[in-house]
Design a protein around this ligand. Sequence first.
Ligand SMILES: Cc1cc2nc3c(=O)[nH]c(=O)nc-3n(C[C@H](O)[C@H](O)[C@H](O)COP(=O)(O)O)c2cc1C
Length: 436
Amino acid sequence: MILSLFLDKVGHHLSAWRHPGAGIERVFTLDFNTRLAQAAEAAKFDLVFLADALTLLPENNAAYTTAFQLEPTVLLSALMAATTRIGLAATVSTTYTEPYHVARKFATLDLLSEGRAAWNIVTSMRESEAHNFNLPQALPHELRYERAQEFVDVVRKLWDSWTLDGFVHDRERGVLADEARITAIHHEGKHFSVKGALNVPRRGRSQPVLIQAGASGVGKAFAARNADLIFASVTDFDASRAFTREMKQAAEAAGRNPGHLKILPGFIPIIGKTQAEADEKKRYLDELLLPTAAIRYLSQWLETDLTHLDADAPIPDEVFDIDRIKGQKGRFQNIQRISTTEKLSLGQLARRVSATRTHTSIVGTGETIAREMERWVAEGACDGFNILPPYFPGGFDEFAGEVVPILQERGVFRREYEHRTLRGHVGLPDAEPAQA
Ligand SMILES: Cc1cc2nc3c(=O)[nH]c(=O)nc-3n(C[C@H](O)[C@H](O)[C@H](O)COP(=O)(O)O)c2cc1C
């Protein structure tokens, strides 16, 4: 079972920052962030993941929610220095950067971390991000993915343009690098013109790990073609199994070994010593939610201002018109499904989405949660999980203390790292042996 820690500010429940166990006072300190990465490493997690948005989000909600966002590759460098084994993933947009920047950043992170770097590829879906980068509106969805594909192709060519094999540093002969093994890429495409070579050699036999979380048709096709790991947002076991099957088939159709594509649904665990204690913890977190923050948060996903509507009435049908949606269509459909099948009012739906972000939330004892996770993997619903603790640090410490030991006892999760590299941890090809 692969485990990723989604390290996002003080946690994934929208009310997390108000929880007395959350370290909101320390969220901007290095110590707070490195302690969490170290705790994930002590729990033998495969990777720690940092998201990103190039805007202060959600719009008009910064007063009530943790809308700020530290720059993830900078933070990741610090986490790298504080850890030795855990994989390190950061999000970088293909819409507001250039391939040379990105190839260089991850080549550097991968070299210095000795094979632990991963890039979460996003195309940036928000209008407010466009407004920070000289654009009146975001690029259309299809065009963003078209650019992303060429972007990734160029990054990969740059990573192949110079590897450590060519860095011969032969003092006797006076040859530092073997020029024959450094190749300019001369890429000329629709979106990019890049000569190369990269000015950082690639570290290992293989490239840094690629992560993606496409949910639309074009997004899923992109992920099936390019990703090593996929982050999914699913609300239950059946949806996860259907998604996993679909993605593995798509990878196979794209000529890849489906076993080399690993699916990690988001999982929000709320853990108690007893079921009653876990239920009480959830109730308490939900009670801390500010109704106005929750409705503004839902407004962001539905791309509609819902603040003037009656919170006790259902959301009007016309809001659920997917053709309007420019951002996350998959999330939008999840929310629509929850709203219609459970017949929730606006207020109830806003609370639900604020608590789970349309991921699966499971409330129970360590034993219940571990068994459920084991079942998902055993029955082909996923290869592991992206763990989204409701609040940090307490919510993660409980997972590490109550769930991980049971997974280890049951033999479904490692007790010790067997590899040095992220590829090795997650079982991707070209992993290097432990002593490399
Ligand atoms: C767990 C998870 C993490 C994500 N992290 C980010 C992120 O950090 N930044 C971002 O812009 N999008 C992020 N996304 C959004 C995806 O990149 C993608 O845009 C979204 O799932 C919608 O799919 P589509 O692009 O195919 O419409 C994330 C999605 C998931 C499920």
